[in-house]
Design a protein around this ligand. Structure first.
Ligand code: ADP
Ligand code: MG
Length: 286
């Protein structure tokens, strides 16, 4: 039989939109001293929009053609801004996880992606494009470069707004003595701009999706007890590695199966409710 105290906390949890799939995880939540937040979709809204384009006149059209086959939120933002009537059809689409996308467009080899893509291809942008890109990322925009046949022909800036609740969540955690850390695949200047806006204590940037759980491990090696909060896009191994994995905004199926706690809300302040719940359960148990 389920002990009465667990039944009580679970009912209370359900009322607050907190689904506990692993009650030991909820118990460990009392000892959590570090919360690791995924950036995109967790601290930010996760719905970016194209805010600027630089370079050759066909930069945007090429990007839209290649991104048409990608499910990534950045890709959806590019496609949403494009006119389907003037977007050429791409062939041989390939996704380069954590770096970008690549396909054939009108006989050219076109790749679209962030700094990791340029590093991998061994390319640098012409000064005019690089200068724009530097300004955009210092402002917190994500920059995608467009490469045609091995030459950087342009760049796009995409802005993904910080959730208004993120700053409050981090401040409230700090008031309870809990550190906040952010992990992202995005470029370091973008990550740092968002980190400043939200007020997190530490940032892991340019982390490939498959390495996000290493960020959890590094914090744990320093002796931290870590709750990882993510929306599940690329986060499942990190959610599983954390002392407490918290999937936010109902998450994806894979996130839910890797998380001990699932939040119905996508408000990062809900993490405070999980802490309150774990501490309340503990008091009743003694
Ligand atoms: P996050 O950790 O912020 O959720 P991801 O790991 O999903 O980010 O992506 C990391 C980086 O990989 C992005 O910032 C971008 O530079 C690049 N990238 C991923 N998918 C795409 C895509 N469809 N088009 C262009 N770039 C992409
Ligand atoms: Mg993500």
């Amino acid at each position: 039989a389920i002990p009465l105290v667990i039944a009580i906390s679970t009912a209370r949890a359900a009322r607050n939109g907190i689904l506990v799939t692993d009650r030991l995880a909820l118990e460990r939540m009392r000892r959590v001293d570090t919360v690791l937040f995924d950036k995109t979709g967790t601290l930010t809204t996760g719905t970016p929009a194209v805010v600027a384009v630089a370079g050759d006149p066909d930069t945007f059209t090429l990007a839209a053609a290649v991104e048409a086959d990608s499910e990534h939120p950045l890709a959806r933002a590019v496609v949403a801004a494009a006119d389907p009537a003037t977007t050429p059809r791409a062939t041989g689409f390939r996704s380069l996880t954590g770096r970008g996308v690549r396909a054939g467009v009108d006989g050219a080899d076109v790749a679209v992606g962030g700094p990791a893509l340029l590093r991998e291809l061994g390319l640098t942008s012409p000064a005019a494009i690089a200068d724009e890109a530097e300004r955009w990322s210092a402002d917190g925009s994500t920059v995608l470069h467009v490469v045609r046949d091995g030459v950087v022909v342009g760049a796009l800036a995409l802005a993904d707004g910080v959730r208004p609740e993120s700053r409050d969540a981090v401040a409230a955690l700090r008031a309870r003595g809990v550190r906040s850390v952010m992990v992202t695949g995005d470029a370091r200047p973008v990550a740092e701009a968002v980190a400043r806006e939200v007020g997190v204590d530490e940032v892991f940037a340019e982390v490939l999706p498959q390495d996000k759980d290493d960020a959890v491990a590094r914090l744990q090696e320093r002796g931290a007890t870590v709750a990882m909060v993510g929306d599940g896009v690329n986060d499942a191994p990190a959610l599983a590695r954390a002392d407490v994995g918290i999937a936010i905004g109902a998450g994806t199926d894979v996130a839910i199966s890797s998380a001990g706690v699932v939040l119905a809300s996508d408000d990062p302040r809900a993490v405070l409710s999980v802490i309150a719940l774990s501490r309340a359960g503990y008091r009743k148990m003694r």
